[in-house]
Design a protein around this ligand. Sequence first.
Ligand code: S3P
Length: 446
Amino acid sequence: MSTNESNQTLNYIVQPGGELTGSFRVPGDKSISHRSIMLGSIANGVTEVQGFLEGDDALATLEAFRSMGVEIEGPDNGYVKIKGVGLNGLQAPEGELYVGNAGTAMRLLAGLMAGQGFSVTLTGDRSLTKRPMNRVANPLRDMGVKIDTAPEGRPPMTIHGGKPNPTHYDMPMASAQVKSCLLLAGLYADGITSVTEPAPTRDHTERMLRGFGYEVATKKVGGKNHISLNGGGELNAINIDVPADISSAAFFMVAASIAPNSDITLQHVGINPTRDGIISILKLMGADITLLNEQEVGGEPVVDIRIRSANLKGINIPEEYVPLAIDEFPVLFVAAACAEGTTVLTGAEELRVKESDRIQVMADGLQTLGIDAQPTPDGMVIKGGQLTSGEVETHDDHRIAMSFTMAALRSTGPITIKNCAHVATSFPGFVELSQKAGIRIEESEG
Ligand code: S3P
């Protein structure tokens, strides 16, 4: 049992109102942090990482690679030094690999483990154990990899490593995790492994592989992204600067938009075009957002983002933005609750298989807080209104906890948020940063 699953629960109590001011840097990008450990470990030479996310998820990935014989120093204030062992240098771990709450770690590791000369079992926490793994297990099985899962394709998942066959996989869902899993397995195959994705998804794996000197080809086939690589190459160590996570910045982007008299700047945020849907959607809703100091850092675009209060209006969210903002919908639902008019989200059924069923859990919480929020199979219809006081459940989902924190900025009374320990998976220091920004949040043990 992890500390997040002890009998004692960590709750947030957030007092209503508040204004946000100041300039802050939110923690490092979770997706990039996971990948920096994975690719740094299988590279030749020493990879140095700055801005690494010291959250439970990324730390679990770091420990997983240590237990496969990789020497890793840190993290120390975001600095990590990885002594890469090369593509074929990982060693069998003594026990199972525990990846905590991280779907990304489990699915990407499944691909990487497919090419090892040993078997390994991947496990996770209560939330991860409910999540679907056949989306990676089945295409890996098509590559000739033997994989065992618990019933219905749930974790734990045992991967019997070997030599995967090259494949082409036409992905049925827009998932960067599935894409990345197959590309990582493809590193160990003789020949070309390729995927097509139904809509563009985050491309950190492709960018980082190229950064490590590994060729990855991307082209359009029938309007879809087609990504391919040739197995058997080598990765050569690099230095990685992890930008601040736009998915963590999103909470404060919404907060400063909905709270009156607010004006904040979020520093050094990664705005990879496969991740910037939150900016596009908030702008469509009328948000006042300015991008400053645009630069490129280690192959990723990075900016400072200034956000000022605005009167948001309800919109029909264009479906093409869904994969580009996939982790930001819980907080966008809060923005919609504070907007004038109705917001409609469709085409987002993937939200039902995240760390929680984010459509149902957010609809339940918003209804508790007096908002007319109607869940649909693939989205939600939210009528802007007055948020009230109430007690909401997170279902162990970090992003639900942080989203309801922001709702209190516009509620008529305090909001109690149950089970918030998982916030530590992606956003260490969330409570302190929120307080500094002007949010009236306190922790309580219950
Ligand atoms: C991630 C991909 C997305 C996202 C997750 C991180 C990644 O998941 O929701 O938080 O790092 O590749 P899916 O691939 O399931 O959409």
